[in-house]
Each structure stands twice: as structure tokens, then as C-alpha cells.
Write a protein that binds this ligand. Structure first.
Ligand code: HEM
Length: 506
């Protein structure tokens, strides 16, 4: 027998050949099904995307998914098939049809669970607000809603203001010393400082130089990016299988650090009896209703710290940059803020919400630089399917409004890539009359929309008001294209270097 003949009779080789044949048959079969028989065929999109999710995943892994989605919508229109079982939307009515409530689905479609598969510690099987069934979500949301009510947050207003004052002091010192500062770092530290006190009742003093907790703050973006990254890869069943055994070495040190420290912080917080009205108090106190179980609480604290501490600094950094990059807009915002307040202490909750031009700048920053770039996908219920934007979508399909693509779509906005706060004003020029403003929903819509939107909106306003009232800022050379960043679900922010000058009021 020749070597080749021996090899041909090897049981291992025979198995490999059989396995390869089965895999090839499966791939050819699904390809033919996806191209010719899949009910999503009536939706336009790149042919390759109807066969495989590789193009979408590749764009995601390159950090270019928001821009890739925007290009597909420009080419194929307002609904695009972006993967064999996934549709992307950019029309206003998609929000309601997908997220609810509709007559058929009072609770909207459920969030895709695999999106959050790598958010939580695998040992914890308890549900979290982001993955809960409709019934569990209703129960959890009621408790969260009390914690984030205006009444509960008003008690926390002095605490928030005090942290922003620490930022102002730090900027004051930088201005005196003539130092250049990295606003991304400062906004992340300030918001995290607020979040830790608001949620866990823990004072971190992050704006004091050399804070030992700064590592915790800096782990947040990488923690989020890692979990989104793995979730994107796990959409392929073979990779999901591999990850179920070997995910650990792929987790970044920041991811592991963030998970570990969160568990520890919950222990520390629970060892303190009472609490001063922080969010954990609301989530655990019997007087506030059924308290959360321990695993539910850990998941809740993790999601709150991660959700609030990346999105909020993201929009504040984006707004900070966009204002400094547009001096005419900046001058109008400064004029409004400096004439509205006689003193720094006048910037109260109610007062900062009255500034119309600042409100327009914030809306426009959310549009141009949305903190959640690719949205939170939903899975159409497998029982019945659903009607979305007037078209039937079969059960099991993943659907999502893609924020960046929707907000930059030329038919949705006049001059979509330009920062023009004026379009949001009641007296906007006629050319902006057809802008589809209701498509901009940075906090999402429906029963599972953002529970932290009120506190986030206050933080954005009070931070920008206090900064612009006290200082003039100038972008350092080389920062002109700061917003051109990669995104892995969240923006991968690079340092935003600015010079600070105290306002002379003599
Ligand atoms: C500018 C800042 C923020 C933005 C843009 C933002 C955006 C979002 C979005 C888009 C969702 C998903 C909703 C969906 O799936 O339809 C969400 C959910 C959520 N956010 Fe925020 N968020 C921000 C700040 C915060 C803050 C400060 C907190 C809390 C401290 C927070 C807590 C949550 C929670 C708990 C959920 C899940 C709500 C639920 O399932 O009922 N967010 N957020």
C-alpha cells in the first residue's frame, strides 16, 4: 500500500472528510435558503449580508459599524437587511413599532439577550433589568423608577453640584498654572464620582490628584467594549461554542478588574446600614417595596455604574468638543449662560433646564455624536412575527433602529453631518422644517427606555453651565478631528486637549 492509500483508509481522515462534507452541505444549504427562500429576502441590502453576518461583524470589529450602517442606508434606503436574520431601521416610526407600546405588543419586542451575554459574571444567573422577561422587568423597573424619580434625585442635587464644583476648582488650578487639560479624563472622573456617590453612597474624590480609584474609572470603556466585542463574535455559533470554554483569556484586564471591583463595592455598601438615600438604599429597603435579591443587586449596580458612567461623559465630551470646534455656536451658548446666572450657585436643577439655546446644543450633540452608536437590538417574538414600518417581519428576526445612521441620514436631516443647534429652535429657518427630529431618541423609547435620563440630563447641563460660566476654553492644535473615532457600541474616545482661561469679572 502506498502512503496515500494508507492515509485514505485512516479512520480520523475519514471522519474529517465526513465532517467537512456536512459543514459544506450546511453552508451551501443555508446560503441557498438565505438567498432564495428566506422571508427577509424582500428587504434590500448587500447580497453578501443576506448570506453571512461577516460584513457587519467585520465592520464592528474594525470599530466602523456606525459608518458602515450609515453607508448601507444611504445605498439601500430606510430598512436594510444587514445580516441573514437582522434588519436595521432609520425611520421615526420604527422606534414605536420595535420598542413599543403598540396595540399588538404593549411591552414592545424583547431586547436581544445575546447582546448582553458578556455583561455579567457568568456565575450569576439571576436576571438583570436589561435581560429580564416582561414580568420581571415590570417589577424591577418599578423599583428603579422610584430610585430615579425627581423626588429622590432632588435630594441628591447638592451632592451632584458639589462634585461639579470640584471639577471647576480643578480647572481653576489648571488655568492659573497655564496647563493644558484633557477634558475626556476630567469629564469621566467627574461623572464617575457622581455615579459612585449616587448609586453606592461612596465618596471617591476622584478629582483629587492621584486618586487610587482612577483605575476603576478608566476600566469602564474597555469593559464595555470587551463585552460588546465578544457579543458580536458570539453571534457565530462556532465562536459561541469556543467562547463558552475559552472566553476567559480573551477578557481584557480592565474587564476583569471592573467585574471584580463591582462585587467588592456591593459588599462594602451592604455592610453599611441605612444609607443616605442612595440608589442601593432604594433597591434594598423593604419600605420601598420588594427588595432585590443579592445577585439581582450586583447586576443592578454593575449595569447602573457601567450604563451611566460611559454614556454621560461621552455626550459631555462630544458637546464640549463640538462647542469649541464651532466658535459662533459657542459664543451664543456662552452669552446665554453668562446672562442667565449672576453667580455660580444659581445653577440649580430647575434653572439649568430653562436655557433654550443650550438645550438645542445638547439635542444637536446627541444627534451628531450619539453615545450609543449602534442601538440596542430587539428580537421579534417567534410566535407571531410583527409589523414594523408597515411591513411584516418574521419571528426570530433581530431588529434595531441604528442611531448614528438614522441621525446622519440625508433624508432625515438637512446638512446631516454639520453641527447646527439652530435646527432645534422653534424659530428655525425653513430649510430645517423637514428635519425628522423625533427620530433622535438618545435615551431610546418604550417601556425599556433609559431610566437614568433625568439625572443624565441634569449632569450634562450643570457641568456645561458651570464650565462656560467660569472659563473660556480653546482647543489645542491637532484636536480638529477629535470626533472621528472608532466605536465598539460606545465611542473609543481619544484625549480632548484644551487650554483653560478663567473669566475675568472685575
Ligand atoms: C447621556 C447619558 C445616557 C444615555 C445616552 C443613555 C442611553 C440609554 C439607552 C439607549 C438605553 C437602552 C434602552 C433600550 O434598550 O431601549 C438605556 C437603558 C438604561 N440606562 Fe441609560 N443612558 C444614559 C445615562 C444613564 C444613567 C446616568 C443611568 C443610571 C445611573 C442609566 C441607566 C440605564 C438603565 C438602568 C437602563 C436599562 C433600563 C431598562 O431596561 O428598563 N443610563 N440607556
Amino acid at each position: 500500500m502506498t502512503g496515500l492509500e494508507v492515509l485514505a483508509t485512516s479512520p480520523l481522515l475519514i471522519r474529517i472528510v465526513r465532517l467537512t462534507r456536512v459543514v459544506l452541505q450546511y453552508l451551501i444549504g443555508t446560503t441557498i435558503h438565505n438567498i432564495f427562500f428566506n422571508p427577509l429576502n424582500k428587504y434590500p441590502g448587500p447580497t453578501i449580508a443576506s448570506v453571512s453576518r461577516i460584513p457587519l461583524t467585520y465592520a464592528f470589529l474594525c470599530g466602523r459599524a456606525p459608518h458602515w450602517l450609515a453607508r448601507q442606508h444611504e445605498k439601500y434606503g430606510s430598512i436594510v437587511r444587514i445580516a441573514p436574520d437582522e434588519l436595521s431601521y432609520i425611520a421615526e416610526e420604527a422606534w414605536k413599532d420595535i420598542n413599543g407600546p403598540t396595540t399588538a405588543f404593549r411591552y414592545g419586542q424583547k431586547r436581544s439577550e445575546d447582546f448582553f451575554a458578556y455583561f455579567f459574571n457568568k456565575q450569576s444567573t439571576e436576571e438583570s433589568i436589561v435581560t429580564a422577561s416582561d414580568d420581571d422587568h415590570r417589577r424591577l423597573r418599578k423599583i428603579f423608577a422610584r430610585a430615579f424619580s425627581k423626588q429622590a434625585l432632588t435630594v441628591q442635587e447638592p451632592l451632584i453640584t458639589q462634585k461639579v464644583d470640584a471639577l471647576i476648582e480643578k480647572l481653576g488650578r489648571a488655568s492659573q498654572a497655564g496647563n493644558t487639560v484633557n477634558m475626556v479624563d476630567l469629564h469621566c472622573l467627574t461623572v464617575f464620582d457622581i455615579m459612585a456617590d449616587l448609586i453606592l453612597g461612596e465618596t471617591l474624590n476622584l478629582l483629587v490628584d492621584d486618586s487610587p480609584h482612577a483605575g476603576w474609572v478608566r476600566s469602564v470603556p474597555a469593559y464595555l467594549a470587551t463585552s460588546f466585542f465578544l457579543a458580536a463574535l458570539a453571534k457565530f455559533s462556532i465562536i459561541r461554542l469556543f467562547l463558552s470554554y475559552f472566553a476567559l483569556p480573551l477578557l481584557t484586564p480592565q474587564y476583569k478588574y471592573f467585574q471584580k471591583i463591582m462585587g467588592h463595592k456591593v459588599d462594602v455598601r451592604l455592610s453599611v446600614k441605612g444609607g443616605r438615600g442612595d440608589i442601593v438604599h432604594f433597591l434594598t429597603d423593604l419600605k420601598e417595596g420588594t427588595p432585590l435579591s443579592r445577585p439581582e443587586l450586583e447586576n443592578a449596580v454593575l449595569i447602573l455604574m457601567a450604563a451611566g458612567s460611559d454614556t454621560t461623559p461621552s455626550i459631555i465630551c462630544g458637546l464640549n468638543y463640538l462647542l469649541l470646534a464651532h466658535p459662533v455656536v459657542l459664543a451664543k451658548a456662552v452669552e446665554e449662560i453668562r446672562s442667565a446666572f449672576k453667580a455660580d450657585k444659581d445653577m440649580t436643577w430647575d434653572a439649568v433646564f430653562k436655557l433654550e439655546y443650550l438645550g438645542a446644543c445638547i439635542d444637536e450633540a446627541f444627534r451628531v455624536y450619539p453615545p450609543t452608536t449602534t442601538g440596542f437590538p430587539r428580537q421579534v417574538t417567534s410566535m407571531s412575527g410583527a409589523w414594523i414600518c408597515g411591513k411584516f417581519v418574521p419571528g426570530g428576526t433581530t431588529v434595531c433602529v441604528s442611531p448614528f445612521a438614522a441621525y446622519h441620514f440625508p433624508s432625515n436631516f438637512h446638512n446631516p453631518d454639520h453641527f447646527i443647534p439652530e435646527r432645534w429652535l422653534p424659530q428655525a429657518e425653513a430649510k430645517y422644517a423637514n428635519d425628522k427630529k423625533a427620530v433622535v431618541q438618545p435615551f431610546s423609547t418604550g417601556p425599556r427606555d433609559c431610566v437614568g435620563r433625568m439625572v443624565a440630563n441634569f449632569m450634562i447641563r450643570v457641568i456645561i453651565c458651570k464650565m462656560l460660566w467660569n472659563f473660556d476654553f480653546v482647543l489645542e492644535p491637532g484636536q480638529e478631528n477629535w470626533a472621528k473615532q472608532r466605536a465598539y457600541g460606545n465611542w473609543q474616545r481619544t484625549p480632548l486637549m484644551v487650554k483653560v482661561y478663567s473669566v475675568n469679572r472685575d
